[in-house]
Structure formats: C-alpha cells, structure tokens
Design a protein. Sequence first.
Length: 168
Amino acid sequence: MYDKILYPTDGSSIAESAIEHAQNQAKQHDATVHVLYVIDSEHMGLGLASNLDLEGGPGMVGAPTEGAPGMVGSRPTGRDDLEDEGTGIVNTVAEQFEGVETQTAVRFGSPYETILEYVDDAGIDMIVMSTHGRSGMQRYIIGSVTEKVVRFADVPVLTVRAAESKKK
C-alpha cells in the first residue's frame, strides 16, 4: 500500500518524535523512507526559518553548528554551508531508521511547498511528520508547516505531536 514514505525533518528533537512512527510504517509496508531537509530560502538572508523553535532548538535554517568547519560564529554563512548542514542532518536521521531502506534529500525553498513538490516528484505514498502542538496566538503568528502539508497534501499525512518533555 505504501512503498515510499516521506519523513521531513529540521533536525530538532521535536521532529525526532515522529521517527518511531515512520519506522513502524516503513517496516509494516516494506517501504523506503525518504528523509527530507528543507532550507527555508525565503529567510536565508535573515538566518531565520518560518518554523523556528522558540524554546531555543534548531529551525530549518541557521541551526547551531558549534565548531563546524567553514562557519562564522555558530551559524552557517552561505548556501553551501546550509546545504552541508542539511546533508549532515539527513544522514544522521537516516542512520536512526534501523532495518529500513532510506533515501536522503536536501532542498531549498518554502518548507511546506517544497515538501509537497517532493511528494509529487518522488512518488511519495505517505508523509509522517511531527507537529509542535502550538495553539492560539503563537500558532497564528508563526504558522505551521505541518498544518499546511496536512491541508494541501494529496497523500495521507500521519502527524505526531511532540511530547512536552521533548519541547524543553
């Protein structure tokens, strides 16, 4: 039923909360998991992402890289640095999918739009992703990549709400 499962990640502990669910779905359906990291190109010059973790964790752009080569301070300085950071993240995440075939990808663009484009381009059958669980004004101001993906995806989307302990 599901041959290709997309697992979009920003490398945060909140995103990690959905790994187990993606892995279970992949094993159940003998599917390949595509691990995708999107660099929010709309905010590249600002060092901001549309889904910044306000509790101090990494966002899709400008995540702390303490001591990484080619970096100034603790943030990537250019497109190649951002792509290298994303490649490191997807490779690290892919290693966590034990016993499951994975493919990795790093893309530039608007996160939710790029996720949906990847779904079409790669023939994805299902998306498994986490949600911050924000509500009220914070959700309204920040917006939600997950919410937009759920709203506009043509394939099933399994969302996993991050546990409170993971947000800290």
